[in-house]
Design a binder for this molecule. Structure first.
Ligand code: HEC
Length: 666
């Protein structure tokens, strides 16, 4: 089915854009003082910009970056309309704070984030481009930012197209610092109904921008999923407007932080990038081309004097973008940047105020509509993997047919309201995990699994011992979505052979237990009893003459002795790399010495032996329990130990965690 496209700007509301511009000029009484340096570019349409007092040059109080996230305060900011004569007029009357403007496709209305009083949360509001007819869209319990008008959505059962906005929001009773609930993308109809959550990454997701083909690109935070994995980053991702088909967007080249994406009319996707986080998120401009995002990365500015913020499309190869001096207490000003000549020219600055987030006020084409099979009445979706042996350069050369036996799906429990702040820099213990289940991988490397929808999932391929070979994530399926992939992230430009893989010739394995029946594996409930029975007897690890003391002999062991045992097991191997454990690498069973001892073999893989890390050969393996001593571990005990470590080796399951509930407008 092809969706009808609405290309012609509608003249809803009775005033045309031309009238709006005339009206803008007529409102002379309210004009604010302005400076208009650049005269080279003709400003042929009005702008809306965000202005902010210059004083807060430092990160807002309470901003505790984990090195990646910006503070993006905008407290006390206001929206201003700038005429083609570069005179400005206040739009956000009645708001103590307003920012994140986005103009409707007909050029007549605005959505933005605003606060009516200092104590309230940010909400998404809509108003006319004249500042009139203000109404709230997003629910009060969310902290909502960065709205964009999105294309029409067609669902199978609703013949009427939906006009939605997409935005980024945090929800929960107690938002707290960035360690609390994370921002995710949501969509909602302009009338405040049909709120839907689009992304299910347990980290921050922000900066949505819709491409002309209807896909929404955004900035997603990622943390290493395995100890010693690549350090965390903020990178571009893409989804369809209903949250389906999430993928990494671009090639992973360039700075560790890439956010604030937009695209020029010529298909140049431009974003702000930096090697390290700044509180306001400023950095250099870089881009990829939409036709081949994985291979076309290039840096657009390399300017020691200036850093850039908030690009948005203007026309042709031109962008509107804010910049400020890279060093010292400079003022942000809005300008035009040509992605082809790489020339910047200031178009608007305001005495004593920062100017940012400039957007152009004019009609623009609505991106292609999107029809979807996603249906919120269902609660599962399907993952198809075509061939787990088809992998990236790190894994691929070492995988042998027959090595992958099963696939494991793990649910990430989102931190509950007011939850403990996450550890900086590493994913490992920050997200509580629960087993969704395991399913077979066919001889040809294919799998076909039905899993809970709208749930952050990790996918692990397992070897014959039940140890994870690699961890994929975070991924999700939307209700009734069928999400296919080839293998472990082969060349993204390759088109797979047309094959009828084994897993598609049978029904999906169903891993769809309700949340309260999903299994957790924790030290307290599952591992301590096992260790007590098999390892911690008085003459072995329970006694005083052992390097690994597990004081668990009392029945039942005291809370204090449980804690001491856990700390002994999770102790770092040496101070230099806190992620490498003496006995347990939380999140990676196959390199954990505890696992080598109980399986009686070095179970690490060639791709684990990175130059510069401790050589695995330095560890002697003695099968445990030693022959003739203690009670041998059963196969299911070994499996439980492996699962526990692959799940992040948690001590206990956090209280009050559960499936996130969506807030709905009444
Ligand atoms: C076991 C190999 C493997 C398989 C099979 C695999 N992936 Fe991945 N995937 C990875 C790895 C490794 C990462 C990167 C994780 C990281 O950055 O730490 C990843 C990350 C991702 C991401 C990006 C997540 C993010 O937040 O940026 C997406 C999307 C993704 N995978 C989709 C899929 C889909 C869909 C499938 C098929 C069901 C799949 N993958 C199968 C290994 C795999």
């Amino acid at each position: 089915m092809t969706a009808p496209q609405e290309r012609r700007p509608s003249m809803r509301g009775g005033i045309s854009l031309r009238n709006a511009a005339v009206w803008v000029l007529a409102g002379a009484l309210a004009w604010l003082p302005a400076r208009c340096p650049g005269a080279g570019f003709t400003l042929d349409a009005p702008l809306v910009v965000t202005e902010m007092a210059v004083e807060p040059q430092a990160p807002p109080a309470g901003w505790t970056s984990n090195g990646l996230l910006r503070a993006d305060g905008f407290e006390g900011a206001r929206l201003v309309l700038v005429s083609t004569q570069r005179q400005s007029r206040l739009l956000s009357q009645g708001f103590v704070s307003a920012c994140d403007p986005n103009v409707s496709f007909d050029g007549l209305r605005l959505v933005f984030a605003g606060k009516k009083d200092p104590g309230s949360r940010w909400r998404i509001w809509e108003m006319g481009i004249d500042g009139e007819n203000v109404k709230a869209i997003s629910p009060e319990n969310q902290d909502a930012r960065q709205p964009i008008h999105a294309c029409t959505l067609f669902t199978l059962e609703s013949p009427e197209p939906w006009f939605t906005i997409v935005y980024s929001a945090r929800e929960g009773a107690e938002l707290g610092p960035p360690g609390g609930p994370k921002a995710n993308l949501y969509s909602i109809k302009l009338n405040g109904r049909e709120l839907r959550r689009l992304t299910f990454n347990p980290w921050h997701n922000s900066d949505p921008f819709q491409m002309w083909d209807g896909r929404v690109i955004y900035a997603g935070e990622r943390q290493a999923l395995e100890p010693g994995g690549a350090p965390g980053r903020v990178g571009l991702h893409a989804i369809h407007v209903e949250g389906a088909d999430m993928e990494f967007y671009g090639g992973g080249q360039g700075g560790r932080i890439q956010h604030m994406p937009c695209a020029t009319e010529r298909g140049q996707v431009v974003f702000v990038e930096a090697a390290a986080g700044r509180w306001d998120g400023a950095g250099q401009l870089a881009g990829v081309h939409e036709s081949r995002p994985h291979l076309t990365y290039r840096r657009l500015t390399d300017d020691p004097a200036w850093v850039y913020l908030h690009p948005s499309p203007w026309k042709d190869s031109l962008l509107l973008v804010a910049r400020r001096p890279a060093k010292g207490a400079g003022v942000w000003e809005a300008g035009v940047f040509d992605t082809e000549t790489r020339r910047f020219e200031t178009v608007f600055a305001s005495p004593g105020r920062h100017v940012a987030q400039a957007v152009s006020v004019r009609p623009r084409p609505r991106p292609d509509g999107h029809s979807t099979v996603v249906d919120p009445k269902y609660d599962t979706g399907i993952f198809y993997g075509l061939n787990c042996y088809d992998a990236d350069a790190a894994l691929g050369p070492h995988l042998r047919t027959g090595m992958v036996k099963r696939v494991r799906f793990i649910e990430g429990i989102l931190p509950s309201a007011g939850g403990a702040p996450s550890k900086a820099g590493s994913e490992t213990l920050a997200t509580a995990r629960r087993l969704v289940g395991e399913a077979p991988v066919e001889a040809d490397g294919s799998f076909n699994v039905e899993t809970p929808a709208d749930t952050p999932l990790l996918v692990q391929t397992l070897d014959e011992r039940g140890l994870a070979l690699a961890t994929c994530g975070w991924v999700w399926v939307k209700p009734r979505e069928k999400r296919g992939c080839i293998g472990c992230h082969e060349d993204p430009e390759r088109i797979p052979e047309n094959e009828y893989v084994l897993a598609l010739r049978r029904p999906s394995n169903r891993l769809a237990l309700p949340p309260d029946q999903r299994r957790t594996v924790t030290f307290r409930d599952d591992i301590a009893p096992l260790l007590k029975e098999h390892c911690a007897t008085a003459d072995c690890h329970g006694g005083p003459d052992t390097p690994l003391a597990m004081p668990l002999t009392a029945a039942p062991p005291s809370e204090e002795s449980l804690r001491r045992t856990y700390q002994a097991l999770l102790a770092p191997r040496d101070g230099s790399n806190p992620e490498e454990g003496k006995y347990v690498d939380a999140g990676r069973a196959r390199t954990s010495w505890l696992i080598w001892q109980v399986f009686g073999a070095d179970t690490s893989r060639p791709w684990d032996r990175k130059p510069g890390t401790a050589a695995s050969a330095a560890r002697k393996t003695t099968p445990m329990p030693p022959a003739g001593k203690g009670k041998p571990l059963r196969a299911e005990d070994l499996r439980t130990l492996a699962q526990w470590i692959d799940l992040g080796a948690p001590y206990d399951f956090p209280q009050g965690s559960g499936k996130p509930k969506l807030a709905q407008n009444p």
